[in-house]
Design a protein around this ligand. Structure first.
Ligand SMILES: CC(C)(COP(=O)(O)OP(=O)(O)O)[C@@H](O)C(=O)NCCC(N)=O
Length: 460
């Protein structure tokens, strides 16, 4: 209950020691941390949210003390530097939230780091649900994120290659965490770690046996343009011996497993680390690229088509020639009928089996999808989350692939299209800052060509 919360917080969240005694106060008993963890785990979800709001609100920064020191710092501006530095250090210390020490103490007990990772996942849930507007919870998130970023910095992570000889426990987790192309059975799993494949994960000593982020790689002659050639399910007898067949590394799935580590950018670091690993194993390897899904394209397209239908602007999307072909292919007689037929066609997968239909749809879907990836934005960055992820890493939008994922999921989510985000190693840091600071999307001739076709045809 509420009183229980009040009691536990007052008891275990020790007041911030005074500036003078800050390095002399002994750590509180470990039992405080254990009691806090035990109490928190016993709460229901909504009580957890209430508890975290209370913790962040009543046990955070002493705002009054901080503002007094800020005024004092202003007064000392004319004093000697040593005095100014002294007052700055007091001000800095006064901005330490009271709960920060508790978080530090919890990180030192058994299972404490994992507890804090999961705690941040709950904090992120509260922020996402906007259930409470207190800015304090955002402060708590900031404090947790900066602590976790230090503890999970690259130097403290371990790169593990997952093979068929890895433990069943970790192989089972790899299978369960695979979020992009679900692993269907043992054969599939064995293939993912078998010849011409690599599977890597980052682990951390504080969370043994827990893959924090997992990357699946295919070693190929050239950059793959379709996923079936990578995840098709058949046991393979070939042994990985023909090194000359390996010129490219294709990242075809990446998943982070800890919601509480969002924003710590583990995926980006893992890709860069794996590139270095592969370069040392295959010195002549020079092509590194993702083969990525395009989640959200179909629903974006459906919304666009229904909007055009409502406003009777179908001709904005299709050229005259395309209109005629779609009308003929779908036996439509009016523009609205054609748009309806087009929408139905795209959601079904019947066009996949008809040479005629797919040849009509290819140029249309390719340029619409190129625009969706390159032109559609959210707060200035790529609307598509996978594009945003790879562009932040400094990859370039390199090739849009037709009939790249003909599975039911691939057709339903993105009309079978997939995209290669290519990592040109000498350009990634420059591309990344171009994207993050100037919102510039680095793209290939193919993509730019498709985008300009879209802009010519559609007057959107
Ligand atoms: C794409 C992923 C791995 C990026 O994780 P990460 O590098 O840690 O980024 P961030 O969460 O720190 O912003 C992550 O967002 C994820 O697992 N997404 C769902 C699966 C996918 N690959 O889209």
């Amino acid at each position: 209950g509420f009183t229980g919360m009040e009691e536990i917080l007052t008891r275990v969240v020790a007041p911030l020691p005074t500036y003078e005694t800050r390095e002399k106060s002994p750590p509180p008993p470990e039992s405080n941390s254990l009691d806090f963890m035990h109490f928190y785990k016993s709460l229901e979800k909504e009580d957890k949210h209430r508890f975290l709001s209370k913790l962040s609100q009543d046990f955070g920064v002493d705002h009054k003390g901080a503002s007094e020191l800020a005024v004092k710092l202003l007064d000392t501006q004319l004093r000697d530097l040593a005095t100014i530095l002294q007052v700055e250090d007091r001000l800095r210390y006064s901005l330490t939230p009271r709960y920060k020490q508790l978080l530090n103490h919890i990180s030192r007990v058994e299972g404490g780091v994992k507890f804090l990772v999961d705690l941040r996942a709950d904090v992120l849930e509260i922020i996402a649900s906007k259930s409470n507007e207190t800015p304090h919870i955002k402060d708590l998130n900031g404090t947790l994120k900066s602590l976790l970023s230090e503890w999970f910095s690259v130097g403290l992570l371990r790169l593990e290659r997952i093979t068929w000889h890895s433990s069943c426990e970790i192989l089972q987790k790899i299978s369960q965490y695979e979020a992009v192309h679900p692993i269907r059975n043992w054969t599939d799993l064995k293939r993912r770690v078998g010849p011409y494949r690599r599977c890597y994960a980052f682990t951390h000593a504080a969370m043994p046996g827990e893959p924090l982020v997992v990357l699946h790689v295919a070693l190929t002659e050239d950059i793959s343009d379709n996923i079936q050639s990578i995840v098709r399910e058949f046991a393979t007898l070939d042994v990985e011996e023909d090194v000359n067949k390996v010129n490219a590394a294709v990242f075809y799935s990446i998943s982070s497993t800890q919601a509480g580590l969002q924003g710590v950018e583990l995926g980006n670091y893992l890709i860069k680390r794996v590139v270095r690993e592969l370069q040392s194993e295959f010195p002549h390897m020079a092509r590194f690229s993702s083969l990525s899904p395009i989640p959200g394209f179909s629903s974006w397209l459906q919304a666009l088509l229904s909007q055009c239908r409502k406003e009777g602007r179908g001709s904005d999307l299709l050229s005259e020639q395309e209109w005629k072909e779609v009308e003929k292919a779908t036996d439509s007689t009016s523009a609205t009928q054609t748009l309806d037929a087009l929408r139905r066609l795209i959601t079904s997968s019947e066009w996949l089996r008809s040479e005629k239909l797919s040849s009509v749809l290819e140029p249309l879907l390719m340029r619409l999808c190129a625009w969706y990836l390159y032109g559609e934005k959210r707060r200035g960055y790529a609307l598509n989350p996978v594009a945003n992820f790879h562009l932040q890493n400094g990859a370039s939008m390199w090739r849009l692939n037709w009939l790249a994922d003909t599975s039911p999921r691939g057709i339903a989510n993105s009309c079978g299209l997939m995209v290669n985000y290519r990592y040109f190693l000498n350009d990634t840091s420059k591309n990344s800052s171009l994207y993050l600071q100037n919102k510039v999307v680095v793209a290939s001739e193919q993509i730019l060509g498709l985008v300009s076709q879209f802009q010519k045809t559609s007057k959107l």
